[in-house]
Design a protein around this ligand. Structure first.
Ligand SMILES: Cc1ncc(COP(=O)(O)O)c(C=O)c1O
Length: 324
């Protein structure tokens, strides 16, 4: 069975491992061989070249691995087009500036490398993970003793939350783990150090939810582990401001613009859990999540307990935007 044939079948399956590669069909019989072929057919950009995924490696002395010293972006591809590409690349370079990491490529070289990786993997609707590490160094923190920042680009497919949650909305719990204090590590830097979010995600998983709400050091609502949060109250769309300890999400920004264009008033303001409990509607935004309704927080039903009309309208508008 050729790798190309497998690749076509897997693409038809509409998502990779998460879809279990056509369970019940002949394709589930020899899973590990298929996965191996799948990885070999993927091309990953590393050290300036597109190489088979199995050969895409970086040094164990890379500070990205040793210290989580690096940055990343998650970017969607819709209809073969890299969505909000410039915005993601700009944020990547801003993250780099904040941590004093010099990316060894210009903006336009980076844009081309992402597009080349998408094309090389025949991605029509998918997801790009763009990583820049500090590079290899000694077993110490000094960035002056590192060299060769590594640019890694992986293009694949993704399905973050179960499809039915987009119809029903999701439940949330508040994590006890607070979001990083902006004076320690600004959440505006999309750094390779995601332990803060992972700790909160574990709490959500333990509580049986797919996401968890994170508060900031003042006890105010910040964001979720991998998504920004919005509420609707009396027709006004509200979301925490960027300096409240959140990642300034690119989907968040796109949705705020869509809301303004739809005539909805948008406010960036302080929100507390009480505001979420008593909201008419609530939803999350993120590159992977897109727009998804939240129907309860910590056992309190939000609004009617179903996705609200403004949420549904913004989801439709967002879907249209991804197709333009
Ligand atoms: C912590 C966090 N907040 C928010 C978001 C949403 O940001 P964006 O819309 O740019 O994907 C992400 C996405 O990765 C995230 O990790």
């Amino acid at each position: 069975m050729g790798a190309e044939f497998l690749r076509i079948q897997l693409r038809r399956a509409g998502g990779w491992i998460c879809e279990s590669i056509c369970p019940g069909s002949e394709f589930s019989i020899n899973h590990s061989i298929q996965l191996r072929a799948f990885f070999m057919s993927r091309k990953v950009y590393v050290a300036g070249n597109l190489v088979p995924a199995e050969q895409a490696t970086v040094s164990v002395f890379d500070h990205g691995l040793l210290y989580g010293d690096g940055i990343f972006e998650g970017i969607r591809v819709y209809g073969g087009r890299v969505f909000l590409h410039r915005e993601h690349i700009d944020r990547l370079y801003e993250s780099a500036l904040a941590i004093r990491l010099e990316i060894p490529m210009t903006h336009s070289e980076m844009i081309k490398a992402v597009e080349d990786t998408v094309k090389a993997n025949d991605i029509i609707d998918g997801y790009v993970r763009l990583v820049v590490t500090r590079g290899s160094g000694s077993l110490g923190l000094d960035i002056r003793r590192t060299s060769d920042p590594q640019v890694i680009i992986i293009a694949d497919t993704i399905s973050l939350y179960p499809a039915e949650l987009y119809e029903t909305g999701m439940r949330l719990v508040t994590a006890a783990t607070i979001r990083n204090h902006p004076g320690a590590l600004s959440p505006r830097v999309k750094s390779l150090n995601y332990l803060n979010n992972i700790m909160a995600k574990i709490e959500g998983t333990d509580a049986g939810t797919v996401e968890a709400l994170m508060l900031n050091h003042n006890g105010e609502v910040a964001e979720c582990t991998g998504d920004n949060i919005f509420i609707v109250k009396q027709g006004v769309l509200k979301t925490p401001q960027p300096d409240s300890g959140i990642l300034a999400g690119i989907t968040r920004n796109a949705v705020m613009k869509l809301a303004v264009a739809a005539g909805v008033t948008v406010q960036e303001c302080v929100l507390t859990r009480h505001d979420i409990f008593t909201a008419d509607e609530c939803f999350l935004t993120g590159t992977a999540a897109e727009v998804i309704a939240v129907i309860s927080l910590d056992g309190r039903q939000i609004g009617a307990g179903t996705p609200g009309s403004i949420t549904k309208d913004l989801l439709n508008r967002f879907r249209k935007l991804t197709q333009t």
